[in-house]
Design a protein around this ligand. Sequence first.
Ligand SMILES: [Zn+2]
Ligand SMILES: [Zn+2]
Length: 124
Amino acid sequence: MECFEHSGSNSVGVCKACGKAVCRTCVVDAGVAIACSDRCAKEAADVHEMNQRGKKLYGIGTDRKNLPSGVVMWLLFGALFSGYGIYASLRSREPEWFLLLFSAVSFFIAWLAYHRAKDVGIQC
Ligand SMILES: [Zn+2]
Ligand SMILES: [Zn+2]
């Protein structure tokens, strides 16, 4: 392939942003890709940055599966209230229904949130 700007020069690659062929003289190193101009280099870097953030958001390429923070929060609520509910129930020798019910609801919401996050695939 010939350079888009310099006919006769062999291209060394294709601009990541606009797709034009570039030769050794006009190629710009965008760090993550090659570009034909500073403007395209910035564009390519921006697209790369966007991809990186998207990957992070959807948990692509990460080994550990993070629990979404909403799920963690409701799990903590559930654990806290079930712990306190059981403790209070043992102390007063009768079940503290409100606390136990609240912990059950918290675990249920955590379960719902977990499955919703799994369906959507978003980790936040
Ligand atoms: Zn370009
Ligand atoms: Zn060129």
